[in-house]
Design a protein around this ligand. Sequence first.
Ligand code: PRX
Length: 653
Amino acid sequence: MSQEEPVYPVHTEIQEKASIKSLDQYREIYQRSIHEPDHFWAKYAARLEWFYPYTHVQQCDMKRAVFRWFSGGKLNASFNCIDRHLDKLGDKPAIIWEADEPGSGHTITYSELHEHVCRAANVLRQFDIKKGDRVILYLPMIPELAYMMLACARIGAIHSIVFAGFSADSVRDRILDCQAKMVITADEGLRGGKKIPLKSIVDSALRGVDCVKSVLIAQRTFAEIPLVPGRDHLLNQEMKRQRPECPAEWMDAEDPLFILYTSGSTGKPKGLLHTTGGYMTYVAATHHHVFDYRPGDVYFCAADIGWITGHSYIIYGPLANGATTVMFESTPLYPNPSRYWETIERLKVNIFYTAPTAIRALAREGESHVLKHDRSSLRVLGTVGEPINPEAWEWYYKVVGESRCALVDTWWQTETGGIMITPLPGVTDLKPGSATRPFFGIQPILMDENAKPITSQEATGHLCLARPWPGMARTIYGDHERYVQTYFAPYPGYYFTGDGCRRDKDGFYWITGRVDDVLNVSGHRLGTAEIEAAINGVFQVAESAVIGYPHDIKGQGIFAFVILNTEAEDLSQEDLVSAIREECRNRIGKLARPDKILIVPGLPKTRSGKIMRRILRKIAEGEYKNLGNLTTLADPDVVDFIIDAHKTMDRQT
Ligand code: PRX
């Protein structure tokens, strides 16, 4: 191990009972997973229940970007998450719903989950939803979201969940892109005591849209909402009318399970398509090993189901393993910064998984909020979504985990379906800030600037993956060419992650962040092009360039450099800034509002018109010297103007 960084060894008490108990055992299994992948993955597929056996473990071709896992095999994700547990675990809590007001939620056993999901599936059938139809779920973190996902899976409909913080325009774009036949929403969402008018946002999203035939509405707050006759129906009333039995559809392993939209480097979000057999195999295996899940554990992933983390590690992975999973409706700060720790104490949580941004926000509030709650039930802590800075890591490990819990910093993506680079609690010594080593079957490769794999142990480069894995997205819905171009064209024969990465002399991986035009704001992915398109929609704006800059809590903040039209002069700077922020909120959602907006007379462009974002990034960080070679700029003077504007802004704030 290196001398420079602190290293935290595996805890022997965790190691003794862990599913993988030593680095040697990990290495041996890892070698097997790489050299005999079919044999390896067949063992994990066998942990699921299949209605009919598959013919091949995999038929994959990294060059052609064609991937098939367990094809010919028939199974159902909902059946695997519920029905097969009923005999032994019928009375066990499947979901503990932790509602916005502390302690006001309830528990749903596996038998109850079965009943609700069957009724929900029959509602879908009643409204003519068939295998292969797309259903948009725009719901808060209420049990109905879990029921509807599993109900879609049960009848073979493809769900596409849209995070309930996205705007009407974003919902509409996604509905149109996948040609959804149904939207399921709630009257209002409730988060941190604040109401979000979801049904009314859906009404705006549906203006002029004709593919959606019905809207089902769950009642969260029982607010008065207008119903469109013939189109809108109250979900809970419909569920009551249905029978509590519904056979699970036989799905091919390669039949779609869901579409999830995420941002890329163009203005249009990509609908990543995940299929059934490989995805379920992968999320069940990773949930089991990465969190060292043990029967009887209470497992709490604080993410929102609207993101991939919630799909894989609140619903599909944990339920496939018969776990008790907590569904959290609130925020880390509501009603006070003790919320997570109070919940952990009350529910006796053993495994807790959250995002670095939440840890940073809570660390700022001080230790006392943590220390006043008993956290002795905790055994494994996890993080996901963005690089974690060593200070936040140490706080999480020492203050929250009392230096006795394992801490897994898990690197993965919407595209990968499940965790790819991660410590294992019984195996991996930890270095704060490193996602450590690859999961079984995963082969990371670092590429140099000539697109050649770097063979030396210590290296920095673009992170690629050399082998297919069962959980990978199979395509971008409706745009396979974009899938090929984005992930497989940059380094032929490899999957390109879009991330930069360093490998140290111990073989540990350190993710350094995105190398494309994608920002990671509080663990949420946003394309700079999407935000620029929204900003450019403001009448007074001629052009804009968006970059990420280091932000204490969010990891990355959004910095927008904006050039105005000449007509803009009569609007005050303050009004302009709020118009821009409002437009981003309306077009994308609150999370896309720029943190800083700087009006500039021009942008640093090459003679061919390409914006040199590298220069803008440096200026945003207050680095006015060492801006590199400026001679390729069409107008080098513009840099001084931008620096002056930035200095003035800095003085004012
Ligand atoms: O840049 C990486 C970062 O989040 C990106 C994926 O974002 P998304 O598809 O929204 O999925 C987030 C939840 C899985 C990655 O390309 N990222 C994710 N986890 C980590 C991370 N960066 C550093 N360390 C991580 N543990």
